[in-house]
Design a protein. Structure first.
Length: 118
């Protein structure tokens, strides 16, 4: 069984670090220090998040989306399962990349395809 709380913490830290790169005002930095998970509904925080999201580049945005998806799946059977082939993703991979949505084989196949397209 995977330590859900540890993974959640890791994911939230990753997410925060991504946002931190583009945080500029005190408000935004403050928002990053608050518990993102419990208070997301609050209006002011949501505005900060939208502003920060705007400044992130495509790659960072994709990473945040991946992290959010993983957080959403965490605690369900879907977490830790490859979205492509449905096989369990090895815990060692999840430890290194907690937001991983694909197993190593499928992730590599995807990268090869992307490389071919160039
Ligand atoms: Zn797979």
């Amino acid at each position: 069984m995977l330590p859900v709380d540890d993974i959640r913490k890791k994911l939230l830290t990753q997410r925060r670090n991504l946002f931190r790169q583009v945080a500029q005002t005190e408000d935004e930095l403050l928002w990053l220090e608050t518990d993102v998970e419990s208070e997301v509904e609050e209006r002011g925080q949501e505005e900060s998040m939208v502003r920060l999201l705007d400044r992130l580049d495509g790659r960072a945005k994709a990473e945040i989306e991946e992290i959010d998806r993983a957080l959403f799946k965490l605690g369900t059977e879907q977490y830790g399962r490859c979205e492509q082939c449905g096989k369990a993703i090895p815990p060692s991979r999840l430890e290194a990349v907690p937001a991983a949505a694909l197993c190593m084989v499928c992730a590599q196949a995807g990268e090869n395809q992307a490389a071919l397209r160039k």
